[in-house]
Design a protein around this ligand. Sequence first.
Ligand SMILES: *[C@@H]1O[C@H](CO)[C@@H](O)[C@H](O)[C@H]1NC(C)=O
Ligand SMILES: *[C@@H]1O[C@H](CO)[C@@H](O)[C@H](O)[C@H]1NC(C)=O
Ligand SMILES: *[C@@H]1O[C@H](CO)[C@@H](O)[C@H](O)[C@H]1NC(C)=O
Ligand SMILES: *[C@@H]1O[C@H](CO)[C@@H](O)[C@H](O)[C@H]1NC(C)=O
Ligand SMILES: *[C@@H]1O[C@H](CO)[C@@H](O)[C@H](O)[C@H]1NC(C)=O
Length: 377
Amino acid sequence: MSKTIALALLLAQIISLTVAASSVTCSNHPLLTKVQTSVNSLLGNDASGKGKTKSDALFKSFSNAKPSSKSAADLGVCSAYANQSSCCDKNIVKLIDQAALLKSKPIQSKSTVFQKFTNIYVAQANKICANKIQSSPLTSDAIQKNTALNYFISQKTAQATCKINFAKALNSFTRGALCSVCSGVDKVSDYINAQGLLKVSSDSVNSFVTAADTATTCYQNLFTTDNLTKILNELNGAYIKAGDACIATLNTKINSVFTNKIIQNSDGKSGKLCTGTTVFGNNSACESLLQGDANLETSNSNRLLRSEDDEVFRLLQTTPDAVVDPSGVSVYTTSSTDNSVDETGSNITANFDQVNTNSSNIIKAAIAIISLMVFAF
Ligand SMILES: *[C@@H]1O[C@H](CO)[C@@H](O)[C@H](O)[C@H]1NC(C)=O
Ligand SMILES: *[C@@H]1O[C@H](CO)[C@@H](O)[C@H](O)[C@H]1NC(C)=O
Ligand SMILES: *[C@@H]1O[C@H](CO)[C@@H](O)[C@H](O)[C@H]1NC(C)=O
Ligand SMILES: *[C@@H]1O[C@H](CO)[C@@H](O)[C@H](O)[C@H]1NC(C)=O
Ligand SMILES: *[C@@H]1O[C@H](CO)[C@@H](O)[C@H](O)[C@H]1NC(C)=O
């Protein structure tokens, strides 16, 4: 092979590499479809429906955008991607922030194991101690409204705090994942491995896994033998005829359901339910962690404790779509927007008022005015 041909081949190769490297545009950004799908799915949790139109417009602008380096201020909650050749603008990151808030709304509306506890206690007490209830039938509402149940109230407050903190962690994890769409077109190939998995930083994954572990421990502590005994003594004392033999049967029944293993951040195969590596995929097994077994209130089974062999338990496993990597992106982004997260989710309301869809029109208008002025002089 002559030197000229070799040189020509080398040049051709360099050119094709250069073209390949620069071929990521805003419209074919590898994370665009995944993020847009996730955002639209989250906006489905918004009763007002206000975000959807804005989302469509903003992702259209995103596709048509010319990548440019953005300041941290422009990128708001997604400021981790400042100075990269990003397709995001200040409005799409506001949309992302609100969409992430909506993540926990349906999750908070579900009862946790502790909230289910009251219903189960009431059902069993009415059954097992039928004629021995002070004011029959006992209702969950009566227990919830009884301000004299000091220990019950302290545990109820503790579990609410843990539920809220876990919800905020789920929002932060979602927000971090959505922000990945702001990664620069020049950088994005560094963030995705050969298998198409998103590379995520170990710090951000640890933040999420730690939050899940903390929530798990919190719930396990509510149901330690000591703590469960304290709650049962208080409830039995308030509602059941003192000294009746039914109390022992009732306690045994409740103890058999609420063991201290009722909540476990475990997939039954020595992995965790909340791994921090299911970023865009179905992570519902982790998200519903604090709800415990779905059949808790309906099941007559004494043995609801999950074991390594449980068939049902296996179904809870999640499929990772991300991989921990030293050069990975952060998938844990906190925001003051999450301050409105409450125990039941009723206070979680996305606000799209600050999300404008016509900022590019303003720029166009400005350019038009400037060109007119240029013409005039
Ligand atoms: C972006 O550049 C500014 C100015 O050089 C610097 O202060 C800032 O830390 C950079 N941000 C990131 C996320 O790299
Ligand atoms: C009982 O509950 C309290 C409050 O939630 C908790 O601090 C404590 O660790 C629990 N007790 C045990 C023995 O786990
Ligand atoms: C997500 O997975 C759960 C099982 O863990 C399943 O019940 C649910 O239908 C799945 N949701 C979607 C949207 O696929
Ligand atoms: C609901 O959200 C508003 C605004 O963030 C806050 O002032 C209020 O205290 C919240 N209420 C509850 C019950 O969390
Ligand atoms: C966008 O357009 C709407 C309707 O034309 C207008 O009310 C709004 O002020 C505009 N937004 C900005 C930032 O100018």
